[in-house]
Design a protein around this ligand. Structure first.
Ligand code: ADP
Ligand code: MG
Length: 366
């Protein structure tokens, strides 16, 4: 196909800081190598047309026709961005956008934010704008608005920020209490470490109810402590909660924020064993106190640790999706093989393996 230009936008994994976003806490995502690409043509007149190699039905329409309530299914993520950009005052010409993605859909690696960012970068590039940090921040807002209002899936912005603002080799430290994202170089590549991403390819039906009830439990725990959020709580406060479930949920959130800070320090000190220990402690907290893991995620983590990983944990909301493992490069093949064998032995389907090398945020494909 003849085209004017191409753009790319990565998926993401969260290194640590899970279920902290809606508690005004901390998290530390990276962009990964898997990505959505968009091949873009600027049209002389409308309507715009968006197709995806992962979906049968194209979307055809104007930005106004992608307003909340007017578009559903996958097109809400893609065309919703055109609507949100128009709402934000961007003058986007009619486009033909052909999308293709290596980010597995629904695996907790943010295929949705990857798709949104690809459309957003395509649109602003077509309107003649060059990408700088200020524009990237505006695109984060437009992609969030598309997902919250057009798709109808409220999002705290972790995914969109990682996918649009990450720098190669670095994680993004996000503080949901004050906003400004900060770069945190990981040093993984220089240290000969691989970050393995394992997609369990399971999504347990519990997901929606489970997520909503965790949010609600966190709000109740904070309210009982007389706080607006668990961000302000310490472990001494949490110990005062007489409800066992609320105390364990709050314990996870408070200790997880501490672990995010500790991982940032350990990365700075190049203390990889400590980074790994903190990952594994995060998994135990999500499994035992927050209760959002599942047998498949636990199996990946336990197997990776036995096969030589420095640390491993579920990543994303839980109840399925993906896990990560920090592994010396020479052990990477052995860890992947051990995970595959463990899945066979447990009678589970074959998991997917992805490259978790910290990658750069969305941009022009050159
Ligand atoms: P995740 O973001 O973790 O992969 P979500 O449920 O948030 O999972 O988003 C998945 C949805 O995003 C898909 O069901 C689909 O509607 C849309 N989507 C993601 N990637 C693509 C793609 N390449 N083409 C079309 N739609 C996509
Ligand atoms: Mg998503």
């Amino acid at each position: 196909m003849s085209h004017d230009f191409s753009v790319r936008a990565p998926g993401r994994v969260n290194l640590i800081g899970e279920h902290t976003d809606y508690n005004r806490g901390l998290c530390l995502p990276i962009a990964i190598a898997a990505q959505t690409t968009a091949s873009v043509r600027v049209l002389d007149d409308g309507p715009s047309r968006i197709t995806s190699a992962q979906q049968d039905q194209p979307w055809v329409g104007s930005a106004a026709e992608a307003a909340p309530g007017r578009v559903s299914g996958w097109a809400a993520y893609a065309a919703g961005v055109l609507w949100a950009l128009a709402e934000a005052g961007f003058d986007v010409p009619p486009l033909d956008v052909r999308l293709d993605s290596t980010v597995p859909l629904g695996a907790g690696l943010s295929s949705s934010a990857s798709l949104e960012a690809a459309v957003a970068v395509a649109a602003v590039t077509a309107s003649g704008r060059g990408l700088d940090d200020g524009l990237r921040t505006e695109l984060v807002a437009a992609c969030r608005r598309a997902e919250s209002e057009v798709v109808g899936a409220p999002t705290g912005g972790l995914d969109q920020t990682a996918v649009l603002l990450a720098r190669e080799g670095a994680a993004v430290l996000l503080d949901f209490d004050d906003g400004e994202p900060a770069d945190v170089p990981t040093g993984f590549v220089e240290a000969g470490l691989d970050l393995l991403v394992v997609d369990t390819r399971v999504a347990h039906a519990l997901t929606d109810g489970g997520y909503g009830s965790r949010r609600e439990e966190c709000e109740r725990a904070a309210a009982r402590l007389g706080l607006t959020s668990l961000r302000a709580a310490g472990l001494d406060d949490v110990a005062r909660l007489d409800d066992d479930v609320l105390r364990r949920r709050a314990t996870h959130v408070v200790t997880e924020n501490d672990r995010v800070r500790a991982v940032v320090d350990a990365l700075g000190a190049r203390d990889w064993a400590r980074v790994g220990t903190l990952f594994t402690a995060s998994h135990a907290s999500l499994r035992d106190d927050f209760e959002v893991s599942c047998p498949e995620l636990d199996l990946v983590v336990d197997t990776a640790l036995q096969a030589g990983a420095l640390g491993a944990r579920m990543t994303g909301g839980g109840f399925g999706g993906s896990a990560i493992a920090l592994v010396p490069s020479e052990r990477a093949d052995a860890v992947r093989r051990a995970v595959d064998l463990a899945f066979v032995a447990a009678g589970l389907g074959t998991p997917g393996h992805l490259d978790g090398t910290p990658s750069r945020g969305a941009g022009l494909l050159t």
